[in-house]
Design a protein. Structure first.
Lengths: 384, 695
């Protein structure tokens, strides 16, 4: 068995699998080590599938623009249906300040070339028929954003990476990183020891733990979010709807009708629920249902099928931590996706592969500035 | 409404007077009875196809009729509902689901209430034999108990059982009919001031904050129990064969619900897959309902159910094909015929042994699986949890009742209430009642050819003792274990016939030589009175295994109230067959003839459906296994098997079976992650909106 690889990726999730795919596409030999039994079994499968480029900073915008290209062309180029839909995102505004903030941000987004515009309540109702127009001042609408199935896309990326000779070891725990002369000389798991030219930390929830094995203190702290999905019905609604209002118990919530016709929804608890706890509580459904029906009364008789809990691996300022370690020469961290690992993944996979081969372009360098592991974390993402 | 699809007379069940109402099905006005569920109303009108699947356009009918599988979904007044759980209302507009339904319609502003939270000592999930028996113990010890059941009526599957029960008279009402036991237990529970009962209420999940989400009559509530008893019973397993998605293929539970609860005649020609007690009893129920039973296949070389049940069917004229399996159901949208074949030692169909029978329904009774999710959820939430009945271990209802009683007492103790020790003998008895059918012994009839005495055609160790309990002269003894052993006659027979009437296996006759030594009178039990027999009728009498012994005329039909709807048939037969005669054929051989030269349809075995909700075939699963996948969650992610409305309740075991077939040990296969909810519930209910009575 080959125990020496150009690249060892720790974590086969939303970021790790695309990294493996991009590295394998560059003809690098790749090993992915995952503690769970198959790819995407951490938080990838918990994602509700929204994919947008309409963020507030250059880094996330550029990475997600590339992700959207990959997601939207995948079926055409690779043949697998991953459930991609260009259904767009919308942020309805119910207060003057939300309207102002959204419009200000929209200008920046338009400057980056994003397709986003302001729609009137009347126009918004044609996109989201039956939306509660009481107090609605309008909404942003970014029609090139979209959605896909996290489950199908991650497996498509996985099988593609296998065809490019990437190797995976599932049910295997990284227990130690052997360091010598500022390099990880080997990755030690409960089942073996592997040497890698470059080691990539894409361990999601466990990113901080993996960093600690290399003596790093990565500021990644998961908190819990809860989501649900309904029965499928014929298409009735278009874009992702993000209600940014803060209410007792929740900071914001969002939902959309996916390619199967099911409404998928998710809420951000307020105050946050730090830690990792995948067990469902009795509070989520009443909280989320009330808000959803308030905004969209037509949903009241739609049946909830399943709910689940997952984590956002958060950083203090809400931006990812991506870049080559200064302390360990051959370690690249791509962690702290703050709940956006799925949409960032494909773009980030390619970017990380360019870090490995030192083929960064000027845009890459600008992106990596946003995600710089050594930045001042006291700022705050405005538009999570 | 014609009564073609209604049971208008039944040997055991009373046919009540009910009010007729009108509703519409796809625009056409149909009749139904008030208070019946939509699925039964449709079947009563001869409608078996409730829609067409959005993925492949295949016909959808019923499968579980138990609120679990969603296959029977229809659109009632604009809202998709499970037709098996939703009552039909006068003027209701019911439509078939053709592809994806539209967003359910909404009415005006809904009333919204705070979600009520109720603290209770013990929550019992399930009002069947185990739950009811446990509740009675808790009530007796003044423990505040809430018993929740998703049906309109308590009793669980007892209400579907028309046959007299096996087990022990003293401990589990043996000799009484299942539906009567259910009624009896339910009445006691309802009368108990310490027990609150919620019917039409479904437990959705035991949340990690120790609240149990329950939808009660369409209103969402949270219950905080100190202890949970999971008595939620079992679900039926499904089977892979070609054409297994046709409408007209459903579980024994669905069949018994239609026939015995709702008095609907859903089929005229039934074929049964599975020779366990459930399959065998369903065959008997079918005959009682006037339905032809074309045959029954069992993969093993011997039926897994009680021999007396199998014998009962054979004697009435139903062929049982052991070492056979169903290889295909044939038909365009609904079942038109079924193809079976003999199987070899490795359970592979032997080519050339196929036979095809015309039938309109295939009943699947291939085993049960415990509904264990509430136990797991309670453990995760840190709530003390017990389980009883099928939710704990699959066994007969008689065992569930006794085991429920013991578990009830265990909970009493757990709550710190002083209680004498549960006798060790009870645990032994609980084991006995759980016993699988055991050894078969050669029959020993009394040698005498004088006087009158019972001949006992019960030769297999099963937990059952009514005959010995009922005998007024205590002359029926049981060898070995007092419940499990084989009964035999020794002593004095007064000819009362009580043993003949009470035997749940219909396996005791009286032979009377007193009038005529050469042509003794034999008294036979009979329970299929809608296939009426009268004195003077010529019948083909049969031996224990259903072999014909000749044609003889009925002398007398005795219909005593005390015999609880079991008729006693008196017939004179020659002395040499008197002790062999047990029953007589009621079903003509013609009924079971295979179709001439019928060749099974050439459907690939890869097309056998594994996930009915999302239409995932065995072939798709097999291909993924060949790619090295060993995580059921990854199979789910790729195929959606398990993501449908039933929540992997059906496909899970089928997929595991394919793993085993492909040589992958299940110990290396990652199980499916289960998530809330147990059944689908409208979003508005969680917002505190008050719904109808149908979820």
């Amino acid at each position: 068995m080959n125990k020496s690889f150009d690249v060892i990726v720790i974590g086969a999730g939303s970021v790790g699998v695309p990294v493996a795919l991009a590295a394998a596409a560059r003809k690098l030999s790749v090993l992915v080590i995952e503690s769970l039994p198959s790819p995407g079994q951490g938080n990838n499968k918990k994602a509700i599938g929204g994919i947008r480029a309409t963020h507030s900073d250059f880094g996330k915008i550029r990475v997600c623009q590339r992700s959207i290209e990959i997601f939207s062309r995948w079926q055409e180029e690779e043949g697998d249906d991953i459930g991609w839909m260009s259904n767009g995102y919308s942020f309805p505004a119910y207060t003057e300040s939300d309207e102002r903030n959204l419009k200000d941000l929209m200008q920046i987004q338009q400057e980056f070339g994003l397709k986003i515009r302001w729609v009137t309540p009347k126009e918004y109702e044609t996109l989201v028929p039956g939306i509660n127009r009481k107090g609605l001042r309008g909404a942003t609408y970014s029609w090139e954003d979209g959605s896909a199935s996290p489950l199908l896309s991650l497996n498509a990326f996985y099988f593609k990476s296998l065809s490019l000779a990437a190797e995976y070891r599932f049910r295997e725990n990284v227990q130690d990183l052997k360091i010598s002369r500022n390099r990880i000389s080997s990755v030690i798991t409960d089942k073996g020891e592997y040497q890698g030219g470059t080691i990539i930390n894409t361990a999601g929830n466990n990113a901080r733990g993996i960093g600690a094995l290399a003596g790093l203190d990565l500021p990644v702290f998961p908190d819990n979010h809860e989501a649900g999905i309904t029965e499928p019905v014929a298409r009735f609604s278009g874009p992702m709807i993000v209600d940014m209002r803060k209410e007792p118990g929740s900071a914001n919530f969002y939902f959309y009708q996916n390619s199967e016709g099911q409404v998928v929804f998710c809420i951000t608890p307020d105050p946050p629920l730090p830690g990792i706890d995948n067990l469902s509580t009795s509070e989520f459904l009443p909280l989320c249902s009330r808000r959803m029906i308030e905004v969209y009364p037509r949903l009241r008789n739609l049946k909830v099928r399943r709910t689940w809990r997952g984590q956002y691996p958060m950083t203090p300022d809400g931006f990812p931590v991506v870049g080559r370690s200064r302390e360990i020469d051959n370690l690249i961290n791509a962690v702290g996706m703050c709940g956006q690992g799925y949409m960032l993944g494909p773009g980030l996979g390619e970017l990380v592969s360019r870090i490995i081969t030192a083929e960064l372009c000027p845009d890459d360098i600008r992106i990596l500035k946003s995600f710089d592991p050594y930045r001042d974390f006291s700022g705050m993402e405005q538009f999570k | 409404m014609t009564d073609d699809y209604r049971i208008t007379q039944h040997p055991v069940l009373a046919v009540p007077e009910r009010r007729k109402i009108k509703f519409r099905w796809n625009g056409k006005v149909l009749s139904a009875y008030e208070d019946e569920v939509i699925s039964s109303a449709l079947f009563a009108n001869g409608i078996r196809i409730f829609g067409h699947h959005q993925k492949d356009g295949s016909a959808q009918g019923i499968y579980c009729a138990n609120g679990q599988c969603s296959k029977c979904t229809v659109i009632a007044d604009g809202i998709p509902v499970k037709s098996c759980m939703t009552k039909v209302r006068p003027g209701m507009e019911v439509k078939s689901v053709e592809g994806l339904p539209g967003l359910p319609e909404v009415t005006d502003k809904q009333e919204r209430k705070e979600i009520e939270e109720i603290a209770i000592d013990v929550l019992i999930v399930g009002g069947g034999p185990a739950g009811l028996s446990a509740a009675l113990q808790l009530g007796e010890h003044r423990v505040r108990t809430l018993l929740v059941d998703d049906k309109n009526e308590l009793g669980g599957k007892l209400v579907l059982q028309t046959h007299k029960f096996f087990g022990s008279v003293e401990d589990s009402y043996a000799g009484t009919r299942g539906n009567d036991i259910g009624r009896l237990l339910a009445e006691k529970v309802i009368a108990d001031p310490f027990i609150e009962t919620w019917t039409n209420s479904t437990v959705l999940y035991v949340f990690s904050d120790r609240r149990v989400g329950i939808i009660k009559n369409g209103i969402y509530k949270n219950v905080k129990p100190k202890i949970i008893l999971n008595a939620a019973g079992a679900r039926e397993k499904f089977l892979r064969f070609r054409g297994n998605t046709l409408a007209g293929i459903y579980g024994a539970g669905a069949f018994q619900t239609l026939v015995n609860r709702d008095l609907v005649k859903p089929t005229s020609r039934l074929f049964i897959v599975g020779g366990g007690n459930v399959g065998l009893i369903s065959g008997y129920h079918a005959l009682q309902a006037g339905i032809e039973v074309v045959g029954l296949v069992e993969a093993l070389s011997r039926c897994g159910g009680y021999k007396v049940h199998a014998d009962k069917l054979k004697r009435l004229g139903v062929p049982i094909y052991t070492s056979h399996t169903v290889i295909a159901a044939n038909g365009k949208e609904t079942v038109e015929s079924v193809t079976i074949a003999r199987i070899d030692k490795s359970f592979q169909a032997i080519s050339g042994t196929e036979r095809t029978f015309s039938c309109d329904t295939v009943l699947i009774a291939v085993g049960l699986e415990s509904v264990n999710e509430f136990t797991r959820e309670a453990e995760e939430a840190g709530i003390r949890v017990f389980s009883a009945g099928d939710a704990s271990e699959i066994a007969e209802a008689s065992s569930a009742m006794f085991n429920g009683k013991i578990t009830g007492l265990k909970i009493v103790r757990e709550l710190g209430i002083p209680l004498a020790d549960i006798p060790e003998s009870w645990y032994r008895k609980a084991e006995t009642l759980k016993s699988e059918p055991g050894r078969i012994y050669p029959q020993r009839a009394p040698e005498s050819e004088e006087g009158i005495f019972p001949v006992i055609h019960c030769v297999q160790e099963i937990p059952c003792n009514p005959c010995s309990t009922v005998c007024p002269t205590h002359s029926i003894l049981i060898e070995g274990d007092p419940i499990l052993g084989i009964p035999y006659f020794q002593g004095k027979c007064v000819g009362c016939g009580k043993c003949v009437a009470i035997c749940p296996g219909l396996a005791i006759t009286l032979v009377d030589y007193r009038q005529d030594k050469d042509m003794p009178t034999v008294t036979l039990p009979y329970e299929v009175s809608n296939h009426q027999v009268s004195p003077g009728d010529e019948i083909v009498v049969t031996d224990i295994a259903g072999n014909g012994l000749g044609k003889y005329r009925i002398e007398e039909v005795v219909d005593l109230k005390t015999n609880n709807r079991t008729q006693l048939i008196r017939i004179k037969v020659p002395g040499n067959i008197a002790k062999k005669t047990v029953s007589f054929r009621i079903q003509e051989e013609m009924v079971s003839q295979p179709l001439p030269g019928a060749i099974p349809e050439d459907r690939k075995s890869d097309a056998e459906m594994v996930c009915l909700c999302e239409r995932v075939t065995a072939g798709e699963i097999r291909a993924l296994i060949h790619r090295g996948i060993t995580d059921l969650n990854q199979i789910k992610a790729i195929t959606r098997a398990g993501m449908g409305p039933c929540g992997a309740k059906t496909c899970d075991s089928l997929i595991k079976q394919i793993f085993r077939q492909e040589g992958v040990p299940l110990t290396t296969v990652e199980p499916n992650t289960r998530r809330p909810l147990f059944v689908e519930v409208p979003l508005g209910r969680f917002a505190g909106e008050v719904g109808g009575d149908d979820e």
